[in-house]
Ligand binder design. Structure first.
Ligand code: IPE
Ligand code: MG
Length: 237
Protein backbone atom coordinates (compact mmCIF):
# COMPACT_ATOMS: atom_id res chain seq x y z
CA UNK A 1 0.00 0.00 0.00
CA UNK A 2 2.35 2.72 -1.24
CA UNK A 3 1.88 6.36 -2.10
CA UNK A 4 0.02 7.74 0.90
CA UNK A 5 2.54 10.50 1.56
CA UNK A 6 2.65 11.61 -2.07
CA UNK A 7 -1.15 11.59 -2.26
CA UNK A 8 -1.30 13.94 0.73
CA UNK A 9 1.57 16.19 -0.29
CA UNK A 10 0.03 16.66 -3.76
CA UNK A 11 -2.95 18.20 -1.93
CA UNK A 12 -0.88 20.35 0.40
CA UNK A 13 -1.71 18.03 3.30
CA UNK A 14 0.59 16.36 5.85
CA UNK A 15 1.70 12.81 5.06
CA UNK A 16 -0.49 11.49 7.88
CA UNK A 17 -3.61 12.64 6.02
CA UNK A 18 -2.59 10.22 3.28
CA UNK A 19 -2.39 7.34 5.75
CA UNK A 20 -5.87 8.21 7.03
CA UNK A 21 -7.14 8.18 3.44
CA UNK A 22 -5.59 4.75 2.96
CA UNK A 23 -8.15 3.22 5.31
CA UNK A 24 -11.24 3.53 3.06
CA UNK A 25 -9.08 2.28 0.16
CA UNK A 26 -8.11 -0.81 2.14
CA UNK A 27 -11.68 -1.59 3.15
CA UNK A 28 -12.96 -1.09 -0.39
CA UNK A 29 -10.29 -3.53 -1.54
CA UNK A 30 -11.32 -6.04 1.15
CA UNK A 31 -14.93 -5.84 -0.09
CA UNK A 32 -13.75 -6.18 -3.69
CA UNK A 33 -11.60 -9.18 -2.81
CA UNK A 34 -14.59 -10.85 -1.16
CA UNK A 35 -16.67 -10.20 -4.31
CA UNK A 36 -13.91 -11.79 -6.40
CA UNK A 37 -13.83 -14.87 -4.18
CA UNK A 38 -10.25 -14.24 -3.04
CA UNK A 39 -9.51 -16.31 0.06
CA UNK A 40 -6.20 -14.79 1.17
CA UNK A 41 -5.32 -11.09 1.09
CA UNK A 42 -2.14 -9.70 2.62
CA UNK A 43 -1.66 -5.99 3.24
CA UNK A 44 1.79 -4.56 3.97
CA UNK A 45 1.01 -2.05 6.70
CA UNK A 46 4.39 -1.34 8.32
CA UNK A 47 7.83 -2.65 7.43
CA UNK A 48 10.80 -3.35 9.68
CA UNK A 49 12.39 -0.38 7.89
CA UNK A 50 9.51 2.06 8.49
CA UNK A 51 10.87 2.85 11.99
CA UNK A 52 13.32 5.17 10.24
CA UNK A 53 10.49 7.64 9.52
CA UNK A 54 10.05 10.71 11.70
CA UNK A 55 8.97 9.98 15.31
CA UNK A 56 5.77 11.92 14.61
CA UNK A 57 4.86 9.76 11.61
CA UNK A 58 5.72 6.51 13.44
CA UNK A 59 3.63 7.58 16.44
CA UNK A 60 0.74 8.54 14.18
CA UNK A 61 0.85 5.13 12.47
CA UNK A 62 0.90 3.22 15.77
CA UNK A 63 -2.07 5.18 17.17
CA UNK A 64 -3.87 4.98 13.83
CA UNK A 65 -3.54 1.19 13.82
CA UNK A 66 -4.82 0.95 17.40
CA UNK A 67 -7.79 3.14 16.53
CA UNK A 68 -8.55 1.38 13.25
CA UNK A 69 -8.56 -2.07 14.83
CA UNK A 70 -10.94 -0.90 17.55
CA UNK A 71 -13.29 0.82 15.14
CA UNK A 72 -13.38 -1.82 12.43
CA UNK A 73 -12.81 -5.28 13.89
CA UNK A 74 -16.56 -5.92 14.26
CA UNK A 75 -17.09 -5.05 10.60
CA UNK A 76 -14.36 -7.50 9.59
CA UNK A 77 -15.97 -10.12 11.81
CA UNK A 78 -19.39 -9.48 10.23
CA UNK A 79 -17.80 -10.04 6.81
CA UNK A 80 -16.60 -13.47 8.03
CA UNK A 81 -13.00 -12.30 7.59
CA UNK A 82 -10.29 -13.87 9.72
CA UNK A 83 -7.61 -11.37 10.72
CA UNK A 84 -4.02 -12.52 11.29
CA UNK A 85 -0.84 -10.50 11.80
CA UNK A 86 2.62 -11.48 10.61
CA UNK A 87 5.78 -9.70 11.71
CA UNK A 88 7.84 -8.93 14.79
CA UNK A 89 5.02 -7.99 17.13
CA UNK A 90 7.10 -8.56 20.29
CA UNK A 91 9.50 -5.78 19.27
CA UNK A 92 9.65 -3.42 22.29
CA UNK A 93 9.03 -0.48 19.97
CA UNK A 94 5.50 -1.77 19.29
CA UNK A 95 3.11 -0.13 21.80
CA UNK A 96 1.55 -2.57 24.27
CA UNK A 97 -1.91 -1.28 23.41
CA UNK A 98 -1.38 -2.16 19.75
CA UNK A 99 -0.33 -5.69 20.71
CA UNK A 100 -3.55 -5.92 22.72
CA UNK A 101 -5.71 -4.73 19.78
CA UNK A 102 -3.97 -7.13 17.40
CA UNK A 103 -4.66 -10.07 19.71
CA UNK A 104 -8.27 -8.91 20.18
CA UNK A 105 -8.89 -8.73 16.41
CA UNK A 106 -7.30 -12.15 15.91
CA UNK A 107 -9.28 -13.70 18.76
CA UNK A 108 -12.59 -12.19 17.65
CA UNK A 109 -12.23 -13.41 14.06
CA UNK A 110 -10.34 -16.68 14.49
CA UNK A 111 -13.24 -18.95 13.45
CA UNK A 112 -14.12 -16.96 10.30
CA UNK A 113 -13.56 -18.80 7.05
CA UNK A 114 -14.61 -16.73 4.01
CA UNK A 115 -11.32 -14.85 3.67
CA UNK A 116 -8.14 -14.44 5.71
CA UNK A 117 -6.76 -10.91 5.76
CA UNK A 118 -3.11 -10.95 6.80
CA UNK A 119 -1.68 -7.68 8.04
CA UNK A 120 2.08 -7.61 7.63
CA UNK A 121 3.02 -5.31 10.48
CA UNK A 122 6.59 -4.66 11.60
CA UNK A 123 7.21 -7.20 8.87
CA UNK A 124 10.34 -7.79 6.83
CA UNK A 125 10.98 -10.73 4.52
CA UNK A 126 14.58 -11.03 5.70
CA UNK A 127 13.49 -10.93 9.36
CA UNK A 128 10.98 -13.68 8.60
CA UNK A 129 13.61 -15.93 7.00
CA UNK A 130 15.98 -15.21 9.92
CA UNK A 131 13.15 -16.14 12.32
CA UNK A 132 12.68 -19.48 10.49
CA UNK A 133 16.45 -20.13 10.55
CA UNK A 134 16.55 -19.42 14.29
CA UNK A 135 13.69 -21.83 14.96
CA UNK A 136 15.36 -24.58 12.91
CA UNK A 137 18.69 -23.97 14.64
CA UNK A 138 17.01 -24.25 18.04
CA UNK A 139 15.35 -27.50 16.97
CA UNK A 140 18.69 -28.83 15.72
CA UNK A 141 20.44 -27.94 18.98
CA UNK A 142 17.64 -29.69 20.87
CA UNK A 143 18.19 -32.69 18.54
CA UNK A 144 14.55 -32.45 17.34
CA UNK A 145 15.74 -31.92 13.78
CA UNK A 146 18.59 -33.50 11.83
CA UNK A 147 20.36 -30.65 9.99
CA UNK A 148 20.77 -32.90 6.93
CA UNK A 149 17.00 -33.02 6.65
CA UNK A 150 16.48 -29.24 6.56
CA UNK A 151 14.99 -28.58 3.14
CA UNK A 152 12.67 -26.04 1.50
CA UNK A 153 9.59 -27.49 3.20
CA UNK A 154 11.29 -27.37 6.59
CA UNK A 155 12.05 -23.65 6.17
CA UNK A 156 8.53 -22.95 4.85
CA UNK A 157 7.14 -24.68 7.92
CA UNK A 158 8.83 -22.15 10.22
CA UNK A 159 7.63 -18.96 8.53
CA UNK A 160 5.31 -16.71 10.56
CA UNK A 161 2.15 -18.28 9.12
CA UNK A 162 2.99 -21.66 7.58
CA UNK A 163 -0.57 -22.31 6.40
CA UNK A 164 -0.58 -19.15 4.27
CA UNK A 165 -0.36 -20.15 0.60
CA UNK A 166 2.29 -18.44 -1.52
CA UNK A 167 0.86 -15.27 -3.07
CA UNK A 168 -0.31 -15.70 -6.66
CA UNK A 169 -0.37 -11.96 -7.33
CA UNK A 170 1.50 -9.11 -5.68
CA UNK A 171 0.28 -5.60 -6.45
CA UNK A 172 2.46 -2.58 -5.74
CA UNK A 173 0.88 0.83 -6.03
CA UNK A 174 2.36 4.28 -6.62
CA UNK A 175 4.65 3.43 -9.54
CA UNK A 176 7.52 2.01 -7.46
CA UNK A 177 8.95 -1.18 -8.95
CA UNK A 178 10.57 -2.81 -5.96
CA UNK A 179 9.72 -5.67 -3.59
CA UNK A 180 10.93 -3.72 -0.51
CA UNK A 181 11.36 -6.78 1.70
CA UNK A 182 7.77 -8.04 1.21
CA UNK A 183 7.17 -11.82 1.41
CA UNK A 184 10.65 -12.55 0.00
CA UNK A 185 10.42 -16.30 0.48
CA UNK A 186 6.77 -16.65 -0.47
CA UNK A 187 7.05 -14.47 -3.58
CA UNK A 188 9.30 -16.93 -5.44
CA UNK A 189 6.75 -17.47 -8.24
CA UNK A 190 4.31 -14.65 -7.62
CA UNK A 191 3.10 -12.54 -10.52
CA UNK A 192 3.72 -8.82 -10.03
CA UNK A 193 1.46 -6.01 -11.15
CA UNK A 194 2.76 -2.48 -10.75
CA UNK A 195 0.29 0.35 -10.98
CA UNK A 196 0.93 4.10 -10.88
CA UNK A 197 -2.22 4.62 -8.78
CA UNK A 198 -1.40 6.01 -5.33
CA UNK A 199 -2.78 3.82 -2.52
CA UNK A 200 -5.50 6.27 -1.34
CA UNK A 201 -6.88 6.25 -4.92
CA UNK A 202 -6.80 2.45 -5.17
CA UNK A 203 -10.16 0.67 -4.87
CA UNK A 204 -12.03 -2.49 -5.79
CA UNK A 205 -12.17 -1.49 -9.47
CA UNK A 206 -8.38 -1.11 -9.59
CA UNK A 207 -8.08 -4.46 -7.81
CA UNK A 208 -10.30 -6.10 -10.44
CA UNK A 209 -8.13 -4.57 -13.19
CA UNK A 210 -4.98 -6.01 -11.57
CA UNK A 211 -6.63 -9.42 -11.22
CA UNK A 212 -7.61 -9.28 -14.92
CA UNK A 213 -3.99 -8.64 -15.81
CA UNK A 214 -2.93 -11.55 -13.60
CA UNK A 215 -5.40 -13.84 -15.39
CA UNK A 216 -3.75 -13.07 -18.73
CA UNK A 217 -0.34 -14.18 -17.44
CA UNK A 218 1.01 -17.61 -18.22
CA UNK A 219 2.45 -19.14 -15.07
CA UNK A 220 5.14 -21.72 -15.71
CA UNK A 221 6.84 -22.11 -12.31
CA UNK A 222 10.17 -22.73 -14.00
CA UNK A 223 8.68 -25.18 -16.48
CA UNK A 224 8.41 -24.60 -20.21
CA UNK A 225 5.67 -24.56 -22.81
CA UNK A 226 6.24 -24.84 -26.54
CA UNK A 227 5.26 -21.71 -28.41
CA UNK A 228 2.68 -22.29 -31.15
CA UNK A 229 4.57 -23.24 -34.32
CA UNK A 230 4.89 -20.28 -36.62
CA UNK A 231 7.31 -18.57 -39.02
CA UNK A 232 10.78 -18.53 -37.52
CA UNK A 233 11.23 -14.83 -38.03
CA UNK A 234 11.78 -13.92 -34.40
CA UNK A 235 8.54 -11.98 -34.06
CA UNK A 236 6.68 -14.57 -32.01
CA UNK A 237 6.69 -14.16 -28.24
C1 IPE B 1 2.71 3.75 2.38
O1 IPE B 1 2.69 5.07 1.92
C2 IPE B 1 2.24 3.62 3.81
C3 IPE B 1 3.22 3.10 4.79
C4 IPE B 1 4.43 2.71 4.52
C5 IPE B 1 2.80 3.04 6.18
P1 IPE B 1 4.00 5.95 2.05
O2 IPE B 1 3.99 6.62 3.38
O3 IPE B 1 5.22 5.13 1.76
O4 IPE B 1 3.78 7.04 0.90
P2 IPE B 1 4.90 7.70 -0.03
O5 IPE B 1 5.71 6.60 -0.65
O6 IPE B 1 5.74 8.59 0.83
O7 IPE B 1 4.11 8.46 -1.05
MG1 MG C 1 6.37 4.79 0.13
Amino acid sequence: MDGNGRWANARGLPRTAGHAQGEPALFDVIHGALDLGIEWLTAYTFSTENWSRSPEEVEFLMNFNIDLLRRRRDELDDLDVRVVFIGERDDPRVPDQLRIEMAAAEGLTEDNTTMTVVFAFNYGGRAEIAHAARRLAEAAVAADVDPREIDVDAVAGQLYLPEMPDPELIIRTSGEMRISNFLLWEAAYAEFVFTPVLWPDFDRNELARCVDEYRRRERRFGGATDAVAGPRDGTSS
